[in-house]
Design a protein around this ligand. Structure first.
Ligand SMILES: [Zn+2]
Length: 340
């Protein structure tokens, strides 16, 4: 998933001080040429708040879905596709499913399915980290560019790790690109006239090591495996540039990723001012669903006669969008169903 626009431009690059103005709901690509590093910073304010506030999920579920939204924005915006990028988990933990849809070029929507009782006991037991909520299963990333194009799907196992861990695993196994991802989500409390109000904020940074000589991109394996006794496990020395990149990105604190007063430019400047960092135009993002009466009608018409007939309640068929809670109502005859 390399951003095709991030190739070396043949133009003189103007140099300036980092912007102090933080812009919410954007994805900003950057490059640290001296270390062969590329990355993206995601900052989400109103977009993530709109999605999470609307669903009103239990707090840890909202936080986990927020992380998935940041990860999806990070990856989807890099694809330059005409279509959609879908991140979906399916697992046996209290949160059974997360779905985040990135619809090119700038729309995002998301929802979660979870077991209320199991989430409540996870909260009571204080086991609300992403890995515990997801449990075991898999995460699928799908690129869907319409019915005439092949769908591309990448799969990675969920095994009790966080979404950050899953992203690292994916890039190492599937793309063979050394990658570090940081994701942060928090509720910001603000004093107001009608009592304190809260709003969700989220952010993330992805760093990838993309040297021209591919042999430099070798990384230490995540799981060394069981070496037979007496055999020295095979160790790989990571490239100095990547060691430095990882060290720098590991210093990023959650608050830096969500702080509304710290711009994405200042954040990457703070990290990479020594080797030098070049930023690219940030792309905007917004929370918007892609459902429509026409789409729902077409979906209903694709169902079997029996299924359609069973959906009739009180003389009508009612469908609620799981992403945005919009409700669409149809007379049975509109979609070829028999009135009950
Ligand atoms: Zn919708």
């Amino acid at each position: 998933m390399i951003d095709p626009t991030m190739t070396d431009p043949q133009i003189a690059i103007p140099s300036r001080a980092p912007s102090a103005t933080a812009t919410d709901d954007t994805v900003m690509p950057f490059e640290v040429a001296k270390l062969d590093l590329r990355g993206r910073v995601v900052r989400l304010g109103p977009a993530v708040d709109q999605i999470l506030a609307r669903h009103a999920y239990p707090q840890p579920v909202a936080k986990l879905l927020g992380e998935a939204i940041v990860l999806t924005a990070m990856l989807g915006s890099a694809l330059k596709i005409d279509g959609r990028f879908i991140l979906q988990t399916q697992s046996d933990g209290p949160v059974r499913m997360l779905v985040v849809d990135f619809i090119a070029p700038d729309k995002v929507r998301a929802c979660a399915r979870f077991d209320k009782a199991r989430v409540a006991s996870a909260i009571a037991a204080g086991k609300t980290d992403g890995g515990a909520l997801l449990g075991k299963g898999h995460l699928a990333m799908t690129v869907d560019q319409g019915p005439d194009m092949n769908r591309y799907q990448g799969l990675v196992a969920l095994d009790g790790g966080s979404l950050e861990d899953v992203a690292h695993e994916y890039f190492l196994r599937s793309e063979q690109i050394p990658t570090r991802v940081r994701l942060a989500v928090a509720e910001e409390l603000r004093a107001g006239e009608g009592g304190p109000s809260h709003r969700w904020r989220a952010g993330g940074i992805m760093l990838q090591f993309l040297p021209k000589a591919s042999e430099r991109a070798r990384v230490a394996d995540l799981h060394p495996g069981d070496a037979p006794q007496g055999v020295q496990p095979h160790t790989i020395k990571e490239d100095d540039a990547w060691v430095e990149g990882q060290a720098l990105v590991s210093t990023v604190e959650d608050v830096e990723l969500i702080d509304p007063s710290l711009s994405s430019e200042r954040l990457v400047y703070r990290l990479f001012h020594e080797p030098g960092v070049r930023v690219f135009r940030a792309a905007p993002l917004r929370a918007e669903c892609s459902c429509s009466r026409e789409n729902v009608e077409a979906m209903l018409k694709s169902f079997s006669q029996d299924d359609r007939d069973h959906m009739v309640e009180d003389g009508k068929i009612s469908v609620t969008c799981e992403f945005c809670s919009a409700t669409y109502q149809f007379a049975p005859a509109d979609v070829g169903a028999n009135p009950s």
